[in-house]
Design a protein around this ligand. Structure first.
Ligand SMILES: *Cc1c(COP(=O)(O)O)cnc(C)c1O
Length: 378
C-alpha cells in the first residue's frame, strides 16, 4: 500500500490567495507598491503598531539590521552556533566577527551566561535565535543588553506569532527579523521583515533596501550611499497579506499537531523530545518545527540511515541545524570540535519530523509508528 509522500514542511495556500495573486498580476504593478504597504501595515498592526519594513528574505533583513546598527569591520556580534547559517554569514559579510556561544541543551536557545562571558570592548550586538518558535528568555536578554549597552537583533525567522509572557515577539525590544520562506509559519514565497523601534530607523531601511536612494522634492533622486536591492515585489506581498490573516489559525493547528506528537511518539530506545514551552507560558511557542534528538549511542544505525528508512516509508525529514562553528567558513576563525558541546550534540542527533498546518492527526500517528518501527529494528 503506498501512501502520499509527507514532506517535513509544506505551505498552506488557499484559492483566495491564488486569486489574489492573479489580481496583482493583472494590474501590471508586480514589483514593490501598494501590496507592500498593505503587508507592512498589517504586520505593524500585528506587532503593537511598531514600524515594519519588508524585504526579499530574512537573510537580507539580518544584513540590513547590522547595517542599521553601523556594525562592520572590527566589531563583534555574539550569536549561537546552533542556528541557520544566515545569522553568522551576514555578520561576516558586513565585515564583523561572529562570536559563537553554546545553547542550552533543553531550550536549544543561546546560553545568556555564556554571552555575558564573551562580551569584549568590541562587542556591539547580540543576535539570538528563537529556536523553532520558543522565545529566548526576553527579560534576561534585554536586561543584559541594557546593562552592557548592546544592540539586539532577534533572529525570529522561526517565531512569528510567538510570545513571551503574553507579549508578542516583535511587539517589544530592539530589532526583530522574520522570514517568509515557504518552510516558515507564514510565507510570501521568499521574503522577510524587520520590526524596529523608531520611524527614523524604518526610513533608513527604505534606503538600505533600495540603492541608498532618497527621493527629492524636485522629483529627482539622490544616491546617498551604495545601498543594496532587497525590495519585496507586490506579488509576494499579496501572498503575505493573505497568509498573515491565517497565521493564528495556522499556529493553533501546529500546536494541536505537536500535542499529538507528544502523546504518540514512543520509541525504544527513546528519543529526547523537544522543549514543550516555558512553564506557565507554553502558549508562547509557535512550533515551526518538531525536532527530537535521536538516541544515536543506543542505535545500530546512524542518522542518515534513520532518515533514509523514513524516506523509504514516504516520510520526509530535515536537519536543523548543523553546528555552524564546525562548517568550513567558521573553522577558519579557529573553532574546533569540543568548543560548544550542546550545539555539537544537537547538530549530530537532531531530526526534523513533518509538521505543517494541513497535516492530519493520522499523519502524525503514521510518522510516530514509522519512527518506532525503525528504532525497534535498529
Ligand atoms: C530560515 C531562517 C533564516 C533565513 O530566512 P530566509 O528568509 O530564507 O533568508 C534565518 N534564520 C533562521 C533561524 C531561519 O530558520
Amino acid at each position: 500500500m503506498s501512501r502520499p509522500y509527507l514532506p517535513f514542511a509544506r505551505p498552506t495556500l488557499d484559492e483566495a490567495t491564488v486569486a489574489g495573486v492573479a489580481d496583482v498580476l493583472r494590474t501590471g504593478w508586480i514589483t514593490s507598491g501598494p501590496q507592500v504597504k498593505a503587508f507592512e501595515s498589517a504586520l505593524s498592526a500585528y506587532h503593537g503598531d511598531r514600524p515594519v519594513r519588508v524585504v526579499s528574505s530574512a537573510t537580507a533583513a539580518l544584513e540590513i539590521a547590522l547595517q542599521l546598527c553601523n556594525i562592520g569591520a572590527g566589531d563583534e556580534v555574539i550569536t549561537p552556533a546552533q542556528t541557520f547559517f544566515a545569522a553568522p554569514n551576514m555578520i561576516l559579510k558586513v565585515g564583523a566577527t561572529p562570536v559563537f556561544v553554546d545553547v542550552e541543551r533543553a531550550t536549544r536557545n543561546l546560553d545568556l551566561a555564556q554571552v555575558e562571558a564573551r562580551i569584549t570592548a568590541r562587542t556591539r550586538a547580540i543576535m539570538p535565535t528563537h529556536f523553532a518558535g520558543l522565545p529566548v528568555d526576553m527579560d534576561a536578554l534585554y536586561a543584559l543588553a541594557r546593562r552592557r549597552g548592546l544592540r539586539v537583533i532577534e533572529d525570529a525567522a522561526l517565531a512569528i506569532g510567538s510570545s513571551w509572557k503574553g507579549r508578542r515577539v516583535g511587539s517589544f525590544g530592539d530589532i526583530c527579523v522574520f522570514s517568509f520562506h515557504p518552510n516558515k509559519n507564514i510565507t510570501s514565497i521568499e521574503g522577510g521583515a524587520l520590526v524596529v523601534d523608531s520611524e527614523a530607523e524604518a526610513q533608513r531601511i527604505d534606503m538600505l533596501r533600495f540603492h541608498g536612494i532618497e527621493r527629492l522634492e524636485d522629483g529627482t533622486r539622490d544616491c546617498v550611499f551604495a545601498g543594496g536591492k532587497f525590495n519585496l515585489p507586490n506579488v509576494n506581498a499579496r501572498i503575505g497579506v493573505a497568509q498573515l490573516q491565517q497565521l493564528d489559525a495556522f499556529n493553533a493547528r501546529r500546536k494541536a499537531l505537536v500535542a499529538h506528537y507528544f502523546a504518540h511518539l514512543r520509541t525504544d530506545p527513546p528519543c529526547e523530545l523537544p522543549h514543550r514551552g516555558h512553564e506557565g507560558d507554553e502558549a508562547g511557542h509557535s512550533w515551526n518545527m518538531f525536532a527530537p534528538l535521536l538516541p544515536l549511542e543506543r542505535m545500530g544505525i546512524d542518522r542518515k540511515q534513520f532518515r533514509d528508512a523514513l524516506e523509504t516509508r514516504g516520510i520526509g525529514t530535515g536537519v536543523s541545524y548543523e553546528a555552524a562553528h564546525l562548517t568550513s567558513a567558521y573553522r577558519r576563525l579557529g573553532y574546533r570540535r569540543g568548543d560548544l558541546p550542546h550545539t555539537e550534540h544537537i547538530g549530530e542527533t537532531t531530526v526534523t519530523l513533518p509538521l505543517f498546518p494541513s497535516m492530519t492527526e493520522a499523519d502524525v500517528e503514521r510518522v510516530c509508528a514509522a519512527c518506532a518501527e525503525v528504532l525497534a529494528t535498529a
